[in-house]
Design a protein around this ligand. Structure first.
Ligand code: SF4
Ligand code: SF4
Length: 388
């Protein structure tokens, strides 16, 4: 593949490196190449610095399900950091269950043990003031993330019901501990407010480097129950907005339809416009996947300030497939509302849960975390017609 010539006017750089599969040696070679394109690992970390790796550990899912950052990518980046003399730990706040259990199932804990990478305590919160915030001037973050010398962000290339795509900016939200993530959904149910908060969290913690695992991405009903889609690519950048914009370009998604893009650029977190990003390494067009299954209309269509009689005709809603539902109750447990907007009818846990749609704030946490892929997001006919 021929290397594109970077635009000299570009303000951000994203390394795009083809990698056919998760063979550990091939992943390591691709990571080394990507880091070299960005100027070498020493640009990002120094000897004895405490660096926190932030993989995507949405929930305990085996590597074959492509929900979490793959262990080969996690281990490959950890090795590069350790070789540069950094002290490396890792952490995330899964949407359901403990980090230890989720990381073990995702294959990350075994790699971490072998490399001497410690698991950070992500359950202890720190209250952080952020006066330059777009919306969240007070943030509750994992103390381990706040106190690290630097963060290296390891997002997974996936679709997302609420934010359209989950990438580098969104991945940092996992530094909000435990159920506090749900509180942010309740406080900021509107798409643009939630996106501004995501940008604030990312700006406050400002990862030094993001490395996106796009070797096998997830399309369709992501981020927990979508379909694996080999994209055969790793993306690396110190600009998380630019990295997400290149992800958009690969899947032919208008970047401005991902709600973190515009506030991300306006707040100085990064750049998303084509002319402002230099793509280094392999050719984006030859790695692109134009038929990637993702909703390409603007996420702002889901603005939940509509009164219910309008909302039910316009706003996509979560729907349970009774044939797939295992009545495990996870959807109710992760729903941030009290009382829950999805629960078993008459408290009978042997029956498929039902939604209270007028109360539901459409955060899609239930769809995100249903362990059996039984919840899909259904777009009302009117919404589909409007955006056709
Ligand atoms: S989380 Fe999924 S499988 Fe479990 S009860 Fe809810 S819909 Fe059913
Ligand atoms: S029912 Fe699902 S989409 Fe609705 S508020 Fe609860 S978790 Fe969010």
């Amino acid at each position: 593949m021929s290397a594109p010539v970077p635009d000299p006017a570009a303000k951000a750089r994203v390394a795009l490196v083809a990698c056919p599969d998760y063979d550990p040696q091939r992943v390591q070679t691709a990571l080394q190449r990507g880091i070299a394109l960005l100027g070498g690992v020493e640009r990002f970390v120094g000897r004895n610095e405490r660096i926190l790796l932030k993989p995507n550990v949405l929930t305990g899912a085996s590597p074959g399900r492509n929900v979490c950052t793959h262990p080969a990518v996690f281990a490959g980046v950890a090795r590069l950091l350790l070789e540069s003399g950094a002290k490396v730990s890792f952490g995330d706040s899964p949407g359901f269950g403990s980090l230890a259990a989720a990381a073990a199932k995702a294959g990350l804990a075994a790699e971490a043990r072998e490399l001497g990478v410690t698991m950070a305590d992500f359950s202890t919160p720190a209250q952080v003031s952020f006066n330059e915030a777009l919306i969240a001037k007070q943030l509750v973050l994992a103390r381990a993330a706040v106190e690290a010398d630097g963060i290296v962000n390891l997002p997974k290339m996936k679709t997302h019901g609420f934010m359209r795509l989950t990438g580098a900016v969104k991945n940092v939200f996992g530094c909000v501990p435990g159920m506090r993530k749900g509180e942010y959904h309740v406080k900021m149910p509107r798409v643009e407010h939630f996106a501004a908060m995501l940008v604030d969290v990312c700006r406050r913690l400002k990862p030094r480097l993001s490395v996106m695992d796009g070797i096998v991405a997830m399309e369709g009903n992501g981020p927990g129950s979508g379909t694996p889609r080999p994209m055969k690519v790793l993306l690396l950048s110190d600009d998380p907005v630019a990295l997400d914009a290149v992800f958009c370009r690969l899947v032919r998604m208008p970047p401005q339809h991902v709600p973190t893009m515009v506030p991300g650029a306006e707040s100085g977190l990064g750049f998303w416009a084509d002319g402002s990003i230099a793509i280094l390494g392999d050719d984006a067009d030859s790695l692109a996947c134009p038929d990637f299954q993702v909703v390409r209309s603007p996420a702002a269509e889901m603005d939940r300030s509509f009164p219910y009689y309008l909302k039910k005709w316009i706003t996509p809603r979560p729907v349970i497939d009774a044939g797939l539902c295992q009545k495990c109750g996870v959807c109710g447990e992760v729903c941030p509302l009290e009382p829950k907007a999805v629960r078993p009818p008459n408290g009978d846990t042997d029956r498929v849960p039902v939604y209270d749609y007028p109360r539901c704030i459409r955060c899609y946490c239930c769809q995100e975390l249903c362990p059996h892929g039984a919840i899909a997001i259904r777009r009302p006919v009117l919404s589909r017609l409007i955006h056709r």
